[in-house]
Design a protein. Structure first.
Length: 251
């Protein structure tokens, strides 16, 4: 446990030292502020465009703000998360840092777990602060912060982000370079969109994003949410175990 704690502190410091966390914070926080504003201003902007053609838009609500927020998280925010975290393990292996740690009696399970846990801690903090900023701006623009199913929607997106982190670290473990790990991570994550077209798509991890967007207007999402959360958490654990196993088989 002491070894894991030391590694965890080192990995968190490394994330801040390379300014990766600051970049991630900037992206998440910008969209946390902009999502309510975009939801509020879009109908107004379309009214100006209506001089050329007829557009009928309902008044914006806090639901529009939440949908915009989740679209941004699933878009550029997750893109940045993959870019920043995907190559960390592969990069340390390429530089020989992994070999040095193993030669100094660092266990391979602690090496992998410290990487994943440090990233989960960072993304959790960034996400919580983003929710806080998003909520404040929601109150300013819509005089409301939360509504029914807000917690489940936010939780679904969070669990999906944890799944993404676990998968990108698995991809990084089996890759020989930083670039390859990033490419493989994108292929794996975005291939889920293809599989989601099939009947079993409602049980895939990326369906949690759909739930986050639709739960406010379609309560039928609740029929799948708990099963989906359980499956996503199970696949996340499997990804972590696979990372440790595959790392143990590579010297």
């Amino acid at each position: 446990m002491k070894q894991f704690t030391i590694l965890l502190k080192k990995d968190i410091k490394e994330l801040f030292k390379t300014k990766k966390v600051l970049i991630l914070c900037a992206i998440f926080f910008i969209f946390a502020f902009s999502s309510p504003l975009i939801a509020k201003m879009t109908p107004e902007l379309l009214k100006y465009a209506g001089d050329s053609f007829q557009i009928s838009m309902p008044d914006p609500t806090i639901i529009d703000s939440y949908v915009q927020f989740f679209k941004n998280i699933d878009g550029l925010c997750l893109f940045a998360t993959i870019i920043i975290f995907a190559g960390i393990i592969a990069n340390e292996k390429a530089k020989g840092l992994y070999t040095n740690l193993i030669n100094n009696n660092v266990t391979k399970s602690n090496f992998i777990l410290s990487k994943i846990v440090s990233q989960v801690i960072v993304i959790t903090g960034v996400y919580l602060i983003s929710i806080l900023l998003f909520s404040i701006y929601n109150y300013i623009l819509f005089d409301k912060i939360f509504m029914e199913y807000s917690f489940l929607a936010l939780l679904s997106m969070y669990i999906y982000m944890i799944f993404v982190i676990c998968v990108v670290n698995l991809c990084s473990t089996i890759s020989k370079s930083n670039i390859i790990s990033i490419v493989v991570s994108f292929v794996v994550i975005f291939s889920l969109d293809i599989f989601s077209l099939f009947s079993f798509g409602k049980y895939l991890p990326n369906y949690l994003v759909t739930i986050s967007n639709n739960i406010f207007t379609d309560a039928s999402c609740l029929d799948y949410i708990y099963k989906n959360i359980a499956i996503t958490l199970l696949l996340s654990i499997i990804s972590v175990v696979a990372s440790i196993r595959l790392c143990s088989n590579k010297e």
